[in-house]
Design a protein around this ligand. Sequence first.
Ligand SMILES: [Ca+2]
Ligand SMILES: [Ca+2]
Ligand SMILES: [Ca+2]
Length: 295
Amino acid sequence: MNSTTKKSIHWTCSAAVFCAIIALQQQKATAATLSNGWNYAIDSFNDGVTGPLTGGGDFEFYGIAVKETSDTAFVAINSNLSLAGYADTAAAKGNINYGDLFFNFSGQNFNTANAKGSLFGVRFAAGNDSGVATTGVYSNVTAKNVTQTNSGFVNLNQFNTYVASQGGTPSMGDLAATDPYFEQTGNWTVLNEIAAGTKVGEINSLTPATLSALGLNFAQFNAVGSQTIGFSFNKSSMPSGNYIANLFAECANDAIAIKGSFEAVPEPSTWLGTLVGLSFLGMGAAKGKMKSKIA
Ligand SMILES: [Ca+2]
Ligand SMILES: [Ca+2]
Ligand SMILES: [Ca+2]
């Protein structure tokens, strides 16, 4: 074997390894769409139903994104639905608003987690029909249906079938429209707001300018809804690990889910231990210095 052949074999192997690495990285990128520290889920742009219009109307959801620092979670939503909701005299409280945002860390489907009271929920729309009194983060959450009282769909199958019949493509962000994570059939089975829960934290509203400063950019995915809504909360209100989070309109005229994970919040006791340790070291060093001076 001459050296040229050896070289080309070596190059071929390197190329294969390189390609495998690239393929792995691409797989990662598909599992979570990360950009500037934000994890994005992009929804269908033509599965929002507004009266006779399917696609692009007041209920169109475009995307949701989550970012974290060591102690804070940031959530941003891009859609055409304003935080005031869509005025409808037939709807509870006179408007069809956002439902609550659910986080499920249990690894089980939504109904199982709901039955066990292991869901977390964030009420961010003060004008919706949530079962809890104020906006904020809730644990031990159970969920309820409000599509029945907000001129909404009876179940997900009805929504998916209707959107497809109008030429739209139903989707649920990171989940397929028909993913068994959610119950698809039955009467008023879309559980889209908190029925009850224990308040564990507040949320802070974030303006579009603040979200941009945090590196948020929905437009890079052509997600150009008229509304960008954001809020943050202390990560200590929730567990760490993998979650599925989801959000429906009160009428289920659009919905989106995102798969993500939270890193654990650093334990205060660990920090305290480190500080105490460091101060002991400092004292030791100071004593050493004093001794050497005396000597
Ligand atoms: Ca949509
Ligand atoms: Ca309502
Ligand atoms: Ca959707």
